[in-house]
Design a protein around this ligand. Sequence first.
Ligand code: BG6
Ligand code: MG
Length: 218
Amino acid sequence: MLEQFKGVIFDLDGVLVFTDHFHFLAWKKLADEEGIYFDEKINDRLRGVSRMDSLDIILERAKKTYSACEKAKMAERKNEFYKTYLARMTPEDVQKETRETLLELKKRGYKLAIGSSSKNTKFILNQVDLTSMFEAISDGTNITKSKPDPEVFLKAAALILEKPENCCIMEDASAGIEAGLRGGFKTIAIGPAIHDERADFKVQKFQDILAFLPALHR
Ligand code: BG6
Ligand code: MG
């Protein structure tokens, strides 16, 4: 039992919402337009990784070299495609079990925070009406280093006034599991991250985390 925990820090894309698929579709459109091979397997390497680092991974298969200015424009183009998907999101895009689990964790006394590499985090949370669920949001707009660097989680923990050892993080990306471990957090893996041997706990379904997080006695 993880009774010592006071805070739970969630990754966003691929954990709370399935925007990871929208990221794939937007990168795929950009890659197709540029004539660069890209598939779901390569896409798994982009999970948790910043926009510019993701682009660098995609460009590993490019036949030409792109200037910094061209790369900035491509990343912007991808984000414009991606935002067309985000604009259509509604509260229905959050699974009922996910919303109920977050509410239950709050009832049990946990402080909840977001630790996401995405610069679109606040927009997404508003679209799906999840903003009020979290006491703190640490995202791509307040970090200098992307996962697997622990910065985004360390900032989230600081915002909820808890030490890393008193928090666990939940991730669908190996880069995020590594970030959590490097920051001194316990890690819960879901989705593709369950294949990462380093994760402390693995769950098939979001609501399974309730088994690890009993009510806190304050
Ligand atoms: C992470 C995603 O949450 O955010 C990555 O897993 C993405 O795939 C990164 O590249 C940055 O997102 P954004 O929205 O700032 O382009
Ligand atoms: Mg993710």
